[in-house]
Design a protein. Sequence first.
Length: 547
Amino acid sequence: MLGLMQDHPLMISSIIRHAARHHASAEIVSKTTEGALHRTTYAATEARARRLARVLQGLGIRPEDRVATLAWNGYRHLELYYAVSGMQAICHTLNPRLAPADLAYIINHAGDALLFADTTFAPLVQAIAPEIRKTVRAVVFLCGPDSMPDIALPEGMDLLCYETLMDAADENFAWPVFDERAAASLCYTSGTTGNPKGVLYSHRSTVLHAMAINQADVFAMRARDRVLPVVPMFHVNAWGIPYAAPMAGSTLIMPGRHLDGASLTALMNGERATISAGVPTIWMGLLMHLRASGERLPHMQRFVIGGSACPRMLFEAFQSEFGVRIDHAWGMTETSPLGTYNTLKSTNAGLEGEALLRLQEKQGRALFGVDMRIVNDAGEEQPWDGEHTGHLEVRGPWVASAYFDGQGAEAFSADGWFATGDVASIDPDGYMEITDRSKDVIKSGGEWISSIQLENIAVSHPDVAEAAIIAATHPKWDERPLLLVVAKPDREIDKADILRIYDGKVARWWVPDDVVVVDALPHTATGKLQKRALRETWRNHLLQQAG
Ligand code: AMP
């Protein structure tokens, strides 16, 4: 017997309709490319999204067509999120920090029909236009007619102005209802190995993920919150905030392109932001600015930090010096992204000092909806004792079941688990801790050494700005950890002193074999260390040393 409840498909359009009806006057504040602040509301955004759907229809967009965006966090990008998915087309967010050749590859692979771009990306658009002319019919710049970039596009590719198109359209569009499993948006993984792979989210996965991240022990955004997503809308849909915030009726504060410490402080304080989210490098920049300027963050309550391991000093500094709580989160493009989130339980709510910091360093507990396990090389599940590590696998309604176009099938097991490529431990309370990427773990004499743990300890040294641990080939132990460090400005690195910081913190055989001082470390387009490039350069360092 079936239950007698109404059957409403989970539609992304229902989020913006809800926000427009129940939080009509809640604000969306955007720092524009020109520098001024733009203010609008959920009611106006829903109406503009309907108008934009009419524009897209006029440009020949049909269900399942891919529409690409190359844009910072702002109100027009939000309109695209809702209009494109809402009309049953697929919103494909592009990461402008990728190399032009990678961008062209991704656009062609996705078969994007239109490209909507911020004017700051005009030179980039011009550079890749000849490579994408077979698929992209028109480029629409997100501006008014007075700000249109003066660029030449290949024949057959139209150059259009967003506001001119909007002015010419009407709002006579009714949000269609269709299968909730239909594709809604597309995001490519940053591609640290091989070609980037596309993750295709559905309406159902997006709505469920947005509801899940708003649970009380996760982002917990409320109607009274003023939320500033520093994480870009091209990095896994800004971690779901553009969907979860309107669901809750929270004000959205969109930072645009300037993500340095001074710009963020001005926006956070000027707009009284209460919650913000981003990757560790952003908060490092903010911390340096606050310490140098003496400014405070009187309204800010919480930062959500994820994307890479949050170094201990960030927890310490923001919580004790600035009174801002740090929540550590873990996720991936393939998991929409939220998989785990670190908040306290009744059993550990009284933790303080070192014990609390140690817990906060972990990536957190699985959200309801995400199931996880750790397995060894033979696929056997490992115990949840906080000691054993294994390959982390996850499953759930907002975890990918395959990549777009069938690439990378080896990551998906026949029994429905997705192999994350991360190595982790899980403690008896269910707190998961990432110890490595499977590719980066150091296998010394058959035992595993966590590169992340060694890096976190290295950056706690007062002379170190950034650190990377890589597996260097060793004649006896196969691999040994090699530490690469960047010095803080005006500091000298004393190798022996750096290595002393490991005393008592890790087993003796974990201590790196050598320290190399470098000017800078390479990063991917989403701010992660490019370990593969480092390994290529430094893999033979210990062999060369040994002669
Ligand atoms: P992406 O799909 O580009 O967001 O990258 C996902 C990967 O980032 C994960 O598989 C992890 O390796 C890494 N990652 C994300 N969040 C964290 C975190 N809090 N700590 C350590 N690594 C993380």
